[in-house]
Design a protein around this ligand. Structure first.
Ligand SMILES: Nc1ncnc2c1ncn2[C@@H]1O[C@H](COP(=O)(O)OP(=O)(O)OP(=O)(O)O)[C@@H](O)[C@H]1O
Ligand SMILES: [Mg+2]
Length: 337
């Protein structure tokens, strides 16, 4: 039986408006009566609370492929490879009722190219509450795990946190930002959860999603993009295989990177490496236009050009790529509008 809309609204008003507190003095019989009515109501409509409180249910968690495709096409600029891989990976995983392992994506690229932004788009097209969902968890190395001396404590806290949350909801999402700055021991401690285990201590992690963000490999991606640019080739012609070798070599060989020390890569625990290309002038213009629109202004190309001209580009000779990607556009725009 489905609750009628009026009932839902009434109950919502009763519970959330403080109406019950307003009846003063409230007689015991009224209180008992109301409690009984409420209990009866909840017994008749057991699913009612799911309407109001985020739960690990399809009402709150369901993948919107068209939405993600639309967002990637219209909101993410200059990332044709990342866009394609992300859609394919997330769609394949979310449509699989019985995945063999959790989905592990590793997003790599220069600063301000859209790694956090894409994680947000993924979350928004799976969880009704997007990044605010209680099933989406973000960890930042320097914020959550700042002291190398505390590593043992962090390890057990992180393991307990992951276990607790996946027990609570199989479709949990964990985003690890600044993965290249994360202590190798800490990466090692989450490895079992990424692997092909049916269950670990009675908990299955196979429907969870792990997204790692890092700048590791960013320079090798830039080099490939620059080679294409110097050869006069369209950047849309860059294919994943043009970047893959250089990317894995630089991630493997970067001894400072936490990723290098762990066997995350050679154990094939990462399902997809997602490269993010450095952004050019035209992308910065697009970012400025999008930001104006997001603020409710009519996008003005002249203003966007001014913002894009204010940005620093590299390498020094050709000035092709934005040093900070689209990262400072939001604040720069304040000067011009
Ligand atoms: N490719 C892009 N398309 C559209 N907007 C973008 C793109 N890249 C960045 N942005 C904008 O810039 C902001 C900052 O980007 P984001 O935080 O995703 O960068 P990042 O790749 O995570 O950088 P870092 O490596 O420094 O963490 C985003 O919130 C978004 O508004
Ligand atoms: Mg980031």
């Amino acid at each position: 039986m489905k609750p009628r809309k009026q009932h839902v609204v009434l109950l919502w008003m009763l519970i959330c408006s403080g109406l019950t507190e307003g009846i003063e003095p409230i007689s015991t019989s009224i209180a008992v009566g109301m409690a009984a009515a409420l209990t009866g109501f909840l017994a008749s409509y057991p699913n009612i609370l799911y309407y109001f409180h985020e739960c690990c249910r399809p009402e709150w968690i369901s993948f919107n492929k068209t939405g993600l495709q639309k967002d990637l096409d219209s909101k993410l600029f200059g990332q044709h490879i990342a866009s394609r891989i992300v859609l394919k990976a997330v769609n394949g995983f979310m449509n699989n009722d019985n995945p063999k392992k959790p989905l592990v994506l590793s997003l790599h690229g220069w600063t301000g190219t859209g790694k956090n932004f894409v994680s947000k788009l993924i979350a928004e097209n799976i969880y009704k509450e997007g990044m605010d969902s209680s099933f989406v968890h973000v960890f930042t190395s320097e914020l959550h795990f700042p002291h190398a001396s505390e590593i043992e404590t962090y390890k057990s806290q992180l393991q307990q946190w992951i276990k607790g949350n996946v027990t609570n909801c199989a479709h949990s999402m964990f985003i690890f930002d600044e993965m290249d700055k994360m202590h190798p021991g800490l990466i090692d401690s989450i490895k079992p959860y990424l692997d092909y285990y049916d269950k670990l201590d009675g908990v299955s992690y196979r429907k969870a999603m792990f997204i790692f963000l890092s700048n590791a490999g960013g320079e090798s991606i830039i080099q490939t993009a620059l080679d294409f640019w110097r050869d006069g080739r369209d950047r849309n012609e860059i294919e994943l295989h043009d970047l893959e070798t250089a990317l894995s070599l630089s991630v493997f060989n970067n001894k400072k990177s936490g990723l290098w020390h762990t066997s995350l890569i050679d154990k094939n625990l990462v399902d997809f490496f997602v490269p993010f290309l450095p952004l050019e002038y035209k992308h910065v213009v697009q970012c400025a236009m999008a930001e104006m629109e997001a603020r409710g202004f009519d996008p003005d190309k002249d203003v966007a050009d001014q913002v894009a001209k204010d940005v620093i580009y590299f390498p020094k000779t050709e000035r092709v790529f934005s040093v900070k990607g689209c990262k400072t556009i939001e604040s720069k725009l304040d000067y011009y509008i």
